[in-house]
Structure formats: structure tokens, C-alpha cells
Ligand binder design. Structure first.
Ligand SMILES: [Zn+2]
Ligand SMILES: [Zn+2]
Length: 280
């Protein structure tokens, strides 16, 4: 069984009830954080997961809403890991990730210096290992396998999606993308697909070109659902709602998805949890 928790279902626009994009995937005794938008550690704390308890951070791309709390995550993991000589924190992302992480550590350089000066048992900056990939297997530990494939969120490039397999179950995580061959390949036959969605029917009506621009590099609800249908997944999990999903309008979103996809459709608020078992 793989357990998906939508830690943050928001977007770049701050929302009092939705943290920034972040999804927790727990499988085979391991915990993976997929993207780390604003407020992610507060949401993770609500389900009993701390920064030190994460097996790895998986980044789909380097848009600000998806990495908003990267600095908080790196520093908090460092200062709340109490084992001596902790193993480096694995971060897997597209090319550009190493540069971003390095710059983040530089931004927190004073903080890191203060803490090393103050604590006898903190002698080195946060131990981190960054792995950059666009395609292929990226993780094989204790029965959990992860691979990535390119997605299409141009001009944001490169961007990647993830597929996590464990115990006979599998979950694909799309990130932000239009429908594309890389995602189709990743999601093919998976038990669940976690996909970011925007309501193009609403966004195209907003008289603000900068908002209308977002339609050309995201999937609509219907497009995400069509991807799920092509892939033959059992469950579609929608997140990253643009505009924010208004309580009481869940059925509208569900109906749009159901026009393209006949399987189980999951959506909701932050901390919505979905259990995924192998499809019969
Ligand atoms: Zn994006
Ligand atoms: Zn986004």
C-alpha cells in the first residue's frame, strides 16, 4: 500500500487555507516529499512527519510555488537531526536543482555560521546530496523504486514527473505539465496519478493577461483526467487547484474530471489522504 497525503493544495497565490504545492508519499516505511511549497513543514507536522523523518525530497521543477520553503526544509532538517554524522539528505530534481540548493544554503550562510558557532555537536553545514535527472531510475532502496521522465511545462525546462513503486502498488506524480508523452509513459499502468490542475474554463474569463498566460503550460481538469484515462490508472488525485477550490464546489471539479475518466477521483483540502493499493 502507498499512502498519499496532499500537504499543500494551493498555488502561487497565498490562500489562508491552502499551503503551497507539496505532496507526501509514504511507501515501504519510507517518506518522500514531492515539492516543498509554502507552509509544507507545518502541514507535515500535522501528520506527524518532521523534516528529519523524510527519506528524500523530490522536486518536479524549480518554480517558486514548488520550492517556496526549501530553505526552511534544509535548515530545519539539519537542526532537528540529532544522530551524529547524519547521512546526507537526498534531493532529486531536474538540472538546476544543485544550483538552487547551493544558492539557498548561501542565503542562509549567516544562520548556518551562527549555529555551528553555538552548538558543539553541529560542526558542518547541512549535509545534502543533490541528484539531477531528466529520465530513468533514480531510487532503489529497501523495496521502493522511483523513476522519472520529462514533462512539458515550457518555457520552464527541464521539468520531471516521478513514479514510485512499492509493494506491488505504484503512484505517478505529474507536477505542472501539459499532456505529454513523458507523463503518459510514467503513468502507464500506475495505480494512481497525482496531477496538478487548473480550471481553464474559469481562468480564461479573468481579464488579466498574466493570469490567462498560465493556461498554456498547465493541464486543465479535463486534460489531467484524460491523461489518467489514457494511462489506465485506477485513481486520479487532483491538487494545486487554480483558482482555489471553493468549499462546496468539489462536485463541479469532480464532474469535469469524470467527463474524461471513469476511475476513482480524489480531491479536497490540505491533508486529504489517499490510500493506493495494487489494482486487481
Ligand atoms: Zn510550475
Ligand atoms: Zn505550480
Amino acid at each position: 500500500m502507498i499512502e498519499i497525503t496532499l500537504l499543500g493544495t494551493g498555488s502561487p497565490i497565498p490562500d489562508p487555507n491552502r499551503a503551497g504545492p507539496a505532496t507526501l508519499v509514504r511507501a515501504g516505511g519510507q517518506a518522500f516529499l514531492v515539492d516543498c511549497g509554502r507552509g509544507v513543514l507545518q502541514r507535515a507536522a500535522a501528520v506527524g512527519v518532521g523534516a528529519a523523518g523524510l527519506s528524500a525530497l523530490l522536486l518536479t521543477h524549480l518554480h517558486s510555488d514548488h520550492i517556496g520553503d526549501l530553505g526552511d526544509l534544509l535548515i530545519t532538517r539539519w537542526i532537528t537531526t540529532f544522530t551524529p554524522d547524519p547521512a546526507p539528505f537526498p534531493i532529486i530534481g531536474p538540472p538546476g536543482t544543485a544550483e538552487t540548493v547551493e544558492a539557498m544554503l548561501k542565503a542562509f550562510g549567516h544562520d548556518i555560521g551562527y549555529r555551528i558557532a553555538h552548538h558543539d555537536d553541529l560542526n558542518t553545514p547541512p549535509p545534502i546530496e543533490v541528484h539531477e535527472y531528466t529520465e530513468g531510475p533514480v531510487w532503489d532502496r529497501d523495496g521502493v523504486f522511483i523513476r522519472v521522465a520529462p514533462t512539458d511545462h515550457r518555457p520552464v525546462a527541464p521539468t520531471i514527473g516521478f513514479r514510485i513503486d512499492a509493494g506491488g502498488a505504484s503512484v505517478a506524480l505529474a507536477g505542472d505539465t501539459v499532456p505529454c508523452a513523458g507523463l503518459d509513459d510514467l503513468a502507464a499502468g500506475a495505480d494512481a496519478l497525482v496531477h496538478t490542475v487548473i480550471r481553464k474554463d474559469i481562468v480564461t474569463q479573468i481579464p488579466q493577461q498574466r493570469l490567462q498566460d498560465i493556461c498554456d503550460y498547465h493541464s486543465s481538469v479535463e486534460e489531467a483526467a484524460a491523461t489518467a484515462a489514457r494511462a489506465g490508472v485506477g485513481t486520479l488525485v487532483m491538487t494545486h487547484y487554480v483558482p482555489a477550490l471553493v468549499p462546496g464546489q468539489e462536485e463541479q471539479w469532480r464532474t469535469l474530471a469524470a467527463s474524461q475518466f471513469g476511475g476513482r477521483i480524489e480531491l479536497g483540502d490540505d491533508l486529504h489522504r489517499v490510500e493506493v493499493s495494487p489494482q486487481p
